[in-house]
Design a protein around this ligand. Structure first.
Ligand code: ARG
Length: 578
């Protein structure tokens, strides 16, 4: 309906006498919004306010002219001018019912595929080899995956790039330590505790001169492509990513091994990047290293920010790789939108790498490069989320705890579910709760990880939404009638209808802003609106006219479908019973 109204407004403006005086750029900013208060119509447009100034006209007069030139449209019941010059649109009630029926018949629930599908690279998750997945990787994984699901649903081609940390000087030490452990244990080594492995390797490196010597030799060998070192390195990568894949699967995250495009992947490109920088006079030698000075950023001393792209010893850096990334993603993958789901603390690093890539001409102005930044996950004490002893919380332990807590919660709630069904329900609630806790907050802020809040069946949580879904499904197990044509009469029905038709907008917002919490808020509001409808408008009670019951069953059905689809886009499962 929004698009329809925008089109009507454009047609009206094209018919105005003063149309030649309208700056075309202004028309891009015209907005049609849903009205909060239905007494003021269903939609409101700010167009007259936008155009009044450049046209030197009174906004209310202009609004009247625009209304006078609106083409006839059967859906619009009437319009009115409000406040300083808003145009309010009232939609015919029968049309609202008709669009709900259309939504119900549409597998996509009214969400249209993008008019101009793009190739998008989503850089997310990106854990480091031989390290435990840390909290910021969880956030990146969960938020990135939700946005990817939404983009794909809208018909974009999304390339998942799992930019794992699989390169760097620490690998000499890790290979040397893996070798030692293999020699000790004889057969295949089961690397289940990366945290300990890394710590022990570091301890050897710091205390044992021969070991450190070997570690340094191995780095050089690895970088020159030595077969033995490559093979040992590959073992570390494979072991780490096998464990991480198990976590992705458990979390119902869509990443697979073929999405791994780690730092090592760009290694061969790096000499060429530095060469390009030299050729363009962008990098200069400074104390032996190759450095780009960026006047756009000021360092601590107020001087241009120095960005090292190659160290004195010839080694490359994290930034050099990220410059190469842009080139590869634009040139080889043909992406027009690059999205990076990374901790906000890496913002300057990313901005610097992208600026250099743009200066090199690797990405033209038409390429969008976005940092989908996020804040930290905090404990209840407001400090960064850690174990009691101050260590990194292992994701596996966190998920185990979630399941234990949900199991206890079901018992407490008197659940009669048993066996495999119960196990599944526990799993889906636990995973849903952990993911939703992260997704439902504006990603830009830090958020507090709180078991009690996230597992609550009240409030903006996954269990609440999953339960709302299951309750609607229960209605259908009891109902004698089939859903039928929708006829809206009660106020609560209109409110629900309004919430339902806003679904496509919520989905599109997530795609545009990479902010899944907008969809969470939408679903939470929808569930609340549904509950109010269900209390005010009996469906199964005796005495309800069959036609009315059937209409209301359709509203129930559509609500359940929107909840299911919405949660699915967030990577959260629903259950018939819980
Ligand atoms: N591995 C990095 C880390 O643990 C994140 C990589 C993010 N992606 C990128 N293109 N820099 O912090």
């Amino acid at each position: 309906m929004k698009d329809k109204i925008s089109a009507l407004l454009k047609a009206s403006i094209a018919a105005l006498d003063c149309k030649a005086d309208i700056p075309p750029a202004l028309l891009q900013n015209v907005r049609v919004d849903r009205s909060k208060d239905k007494a003021h119509g269903d939609y409101a447009a700010n167009i007259a306010l936008m155009l009044a100034k450049p046209l030197h006209q009174n906004p209310r007069d202009l609004a009247a002219q625009i209304i006078a030139h609106l083409p006839e449209s059967p859906e619009i019941e009437r319009t009115e001018i409000a406040g300083p010059g808003f145009i309010n649109f009232f939609i015919k009630k029968t049309d609202i019912a008709a669009s709900l029926m259309q939504m119900l018949a549409d597998e996509r629930l009214g969400v249209k595929p993008a008019a101009a599908p793009e190739t998008i690279v989503a850089d997310y998750s990106a854990p480091n080899v031989a390290k435990e997945m840390a909290v910021h990787h969880i956030r990146s994984t969960v938020i990135g995956d939700a946005v990817v699901r939404v983009l794909e649903f809208l018909g974009h081609k999304v390339i998942r790039a799992n930019h794992i940390g699989d390169w760097g000087t620490q690998f000499g030490m890790l290979i040397a330590y893996l070798e030692r452990r293999e020699n000790e244990s004889g057969a295949g080594l089961d690397l289940s505790d990366f945290e300990a492995f890394y710590r022990e390797a570091k301890a050897c490196y710091d205390s044992d001169a021969d070991f450190a010597e070997k570690a340094r030799r191995y780095v050089v060998l690895l970088q020159s492509g030595d077969a033995y070192c490559r093979q040992m390195w590959q073992k570390l990568v494979t072991m780490t990513m096998a464990q991480n894949q198990a976590i992705y699967d458990r979390l119902d995250v869509t990443l697979t091994p073929k999405d791994i495009m780690g730092e090592s992947f760009y290694n061969d490109m790096l000499p060429g990047i530095v060469q390009d920088l030299k050729d363009k006079g962008l990098a200069v030698r400074d104390e032996g290293a190759m450095v780009v000075f960026l006047s756009e950023f000021k360092g601590k001393d107020g001087k241009p920010l120095p960005v090292i792209v190659q160290k004195k010893d010839g080694g490359y850096l994290y930034t050099t790789t990220d410059i190469a990334c842009v080139k590869y993603r634009v040139n080889d993958l043909h992406a027009t939108r690059l999205m990076y789901f990374i901790d906000s603390r890496q913002h300057q690093h990313l901005e610097a790498a992208w600026l250099i890539a743009r200066k090199l001409g690797y990405a033209g102005p038409e390429i969008k490069i976005e940092h989908e930044a996020f804040g930290m996950m905090l404990g209840r004490d407001g400090k960064p989320f850690k174990t009691r002893t101050g260590g990194t919380v292992k994701l596996k332990d966190l998920l185990d705890e979630a399941e234990t807590r949900v199991e206890a919660l079901l018992t407490e709630r008197g659940s009669t579910l048993e066996g495999e069904t119960r196990r599944q329900v526990v799993h889906h609630i636990a995973i849903g709760a952990v993911k939703y806790a992260d997704l439902s907050k504006n990603r830009l802020t830090d958020y507090v990880f709180d078991w009690d809040l996230m597992l609550s069946f009240d409030g903006n949580t996954a269990p609440y939404l999953q339960y709302a879904y299951s309750r609607i499904r229960a209605i259908f197990r009891k109902a004698q009638l089939q859903p039928g044509p929708i006829v809206l009469t009660a106020e609560a029905e209109y409110a629900l209808a309004d919430a339902l038709t806003a679904f496509p907008e919520a989905v599109n917002q997530v795609a545009a802003k990479a902010m899944p919490h907008l969809l969470c808020t939408y679903l939470y509001d929808l569930a609340g609106t549904f509950m109010r409808f269900y209390e005010a408008c009996p469906v199964l009670k005796a005495g309800v006219e069959p036609q009315q019951a059937q209409s209301r069953l359709s509203l129930c059905l559509l609500t359940s479908k929107v909840l299911e689809q919405g949660l699915h886009l967030l990577g959260i499962r629903v259950m018939e019973q819980m």
